[in-house]
Design a protein around this ligand. Structure first.
Ligand SMILES: [Zn+2]
Length: 187
């Protein structure tokens, strides 16, 4: 695999692909939000959410053959359900369409399996010693110490315990194997 070394060059390639995509005529606009909200009101439509890792090798759209509007994807490092970002997103989005299901999808060969919260704090503290105190003992939700399956179970539990989860919402946990493309239910 050859990738241009400089990120700016890689992004320029992506912009060129967007131009090609538009000129190919393949683009189709999704239904507008106002129509989606009518579906919620008239038919009791509920949202499907996938919480997964920000890793560029994980493509939920490709894994599940997703079409526009079929699922909302929340991504962060590890696909971890921690207070600061996931619940903020679920809070806003659940006021637009109630949450029907959340799928936590972690993956093999994830960076979260190769580091620890202590190692992340240590490296940040070394990068900027003046702010070492800010990251001391910080919870990043890395999972080298507990492994993939347990990390998924923990995140499923955190979401289930969220007091604002819509009534009747299901929360399931799956792994994705980057080596084979397979998904497996954990809980
Ligand atoms: Zn990952």
């Amino acid at each position: 695999m050859s990738l241009p070394k400089v990120p700016e060059d890689r992004f320029n390639d992506l912009l060129a692909r967007n131009e090609e995509y538009l000129s190919s005529g393949a683009f189709k606009a999704p239904i507008p939000l106002s129509t989606a909200r009518q579906l919620v009101q008239n038919y009791g439509y509920k949202g499907l959410y996938i919480l997964t890792c920000a890793d560029g090798r994980v493509h939920p759209e490709e894994i599940f053959g997703l079409k526009k509007g079929e699922a909302n994807i929340i991504r962060n490092a590890g696909g971890t359900a921690i207070e600061s970002d996931v619940f903020r997103s679920l809070s806003i989005m659940s006021t637009i369409a109630p949450i029907g299901m959340v799928v936590v999808l972690h993956h093999s060969d994830c960076g979260g399996l190769f580091t620890t919260d202590e190692a992340v704090s240590k490296e940040l503290a070394e990068r900027n010693p003046e702010h070492a105190k800010d990251v001391e003992g910080y919870f990043y939700g890395t999972y080298k110490h507990i492994g993939l399956d347990q990390s998924i179970k923990n995140d499923v539990q955190r979401i289930k315990a969220w007091p604002f989860l819509n009534e009747g919402a299901k929360v399931l946990g799956y792994t994705y194997e980057v080596e084979t493309g397979k998904v497996r239910q954990v809980c």
